[in-house]
Design a protein around this ligand. Structure first.
Ligand SMILES: Cc1cc2nc3c(=O)[nH]c(=O)nc-3n(C[C@H](O)[C@H](O)[C@H](O)COP(=O)(O)OP(=O)(O)OC[C@H]3O[C@@H](n4cnc5c(N)ncnc54)[C@H](O)[C@@H]3O)c2cc1C
Length: 373
């Protein structure tokens, strides 16, 4: 890279706070820091031309949990921890809506629908039985009434006619969300520098080594690199998980009216301006999908195509585009907010509902950081 003296000086000079990663977490944290302490200088370093992880590649579900996912999480994490994570998602969505605005998010209050395959009758029965318990948990922890109801649906004949609706979920456009956050950050005087790939953190000398040979000095550092965190901080327990997605061209009489969850949330689909967007299924090839490499694989593609044809027979021929994104997962669905050094705070492991939890995590990181500047 052929940096001029001016560019090198600008990029390498320390600011009060340096953030690595301009996804929803990095930008939300940077904005919250400026809201709390406008006098602090904040710089965000991003290796992509845009955020290049999950925040502009996700499916745009504004969701906090289907009944089957909730039951699964309760079985693994217990009720209290599960509901604490659900509460974070719900608070995060409230914050996102109030910060960015419904219009700029292209928010549609469509509800969320959990569908069941015709072979999943046992799971369906279990979930239907669990609705009263899940509703009382949502009332107790989120103050939300009548969150889940079961209904019958006829449009998607390839699935069981009984489905479960979450009345409080919706859909957004993730690109619009991130563009709004970028505009907001810039308006607050936050410097976002794209094309800066941080290769190593030198904790002793407090600088970041970039792949292009720059040494960026930092005072306080916030690492918001989610699924890519292990490359800079190998001890942080975050595992990358690739998610593959397809979108069709606009389809006549597209039957989708909300965001749909299938297979405990591993598969998700929705419509966007008449198109069908469908993604997930990383659980069918967990080992190969544990990667920070972007890409699509025949195994997952075939699986998603099969689901697509169940939703809308013949839609396979209308697939217009495939992509993938990388999220960060771990043993627990709790995000990690942790000081790994006196000047380095980490905010990662957003799981599959990072659109929901991101703004909440940003606030938490900002609160912790400004107490220490
Ligand atoms: C396909 C897909 C679908 C999803 N669907 C949904 C959904 O519908 N609803 C929902 O709530 N969540 C969804 N998620 C999850 C959600 O998108 C993520 O949890 C969330 O975007 C994570 O935000 P983040 O800011 O932590 O990470 P990211 O958005 O990944 O941002 C991290 C940034 O750090 C940058 N970076 C990494 N390493 C370096 C480095 N060394 N130097 C410089 N920069 C670096 C990356 O380029 C990236 O831009 C989905 C995820 C995927 C992949």
């Amino acid at each position: 890279m052929n940096y001029s003296f001016w560019e090198k000086y600008f990029i390498e000079s320390p600011t009060d706070v340096t953030v690595i990663g301009s996804g929803i977490v990095g930008l939300s944290a940077a904005i919250s820091i400026k809201e709390l302490r406008p006098e602090l200088s904040v710089k965000v370093l991003e290796r992509g031309y845009l955020p290049y992880g999950a925040s502009t590649k996700n499916a745009g579900f504004s969701c906090f949990g289907s009944v089957s996912e909730l039951m699964d999480d309760i079985a693994h994490m217990g009720v209290e921890d599960t509901m604490e994570v659900v509460r974070m998602r719900s608070l995060g969505l409230d914050k996102l809506k109030s910060r960015v605005g419904i219009q700029d998010l292209e928010y549609q209050h469509s509800g969320g629908t959990e569908l069941f395959r015709k072979t999943d009758l046992a799971l369906m029965e279990k979930c239907l039985d669990a609705i009263p318990m899940c509703n009382s948990l949502m009332k107790e922890h989120l103050g939300k009434d009548d969150c889940y109801t079961f209904q019958t649906q006829k449009l998607l004949s390839g699935f069981e006619p009984v489905c479960i609706i979450n009345a409080h979920e919706g859909l957004i456009n993730p690109m619009s969300m991130m563009l709004s956050l970028i505009r907001m950050a810039t308006a607050k005087g936050i410097t976002i520098i794209n094309g800066i790939d941080v290769m190593r953190i030198d904790k002793d000398n407090k600088y970041l080594q970039t792949t292009a040979g720059l040494k960026v000095q930092y005072k306080k550092l916030l690492v918001c690199t989610n699924g890519f965190a292990a490359a800079l901080l190998p001890k942080i327990p975050v595992t990358p998980a690739r998610n593959q997605v397809l979108i069709t061209s606009p389809l006549p009489d597209n039957p989708l009216s909300s965001g749909y969850h299938l297979d405990k949330g591993y598969i998700y689909f929705r419509s966007y301006r008449g198109r069908i967007l469908l993604g997930g299924a990383r659980n069918i090839d967990a080992i190969n999908e544990t990667t920070t490499d972007f890409g699509n694989t025949p195994l997952i593609q075939q699986h998603l195509i099969q689901v697509l044809n169940t939703i809308y027979p013949g839609a396979e021929s209308k697939i217009e585009h495939w992509w993938s994104g990388i999220l960060g997962i771990g043993e627990s669905k709790y995000p990690i907010i942790e000081w790994v050094d006196s000047d380095i705070l980490v905010g990662v492991r957003l799981g599959g509902m990072g659109v929901a939890i991101g703004s909440y995590l940003g606030d938490q990181l900002a609160g912790k950081l400004i107490n220490n500047v």
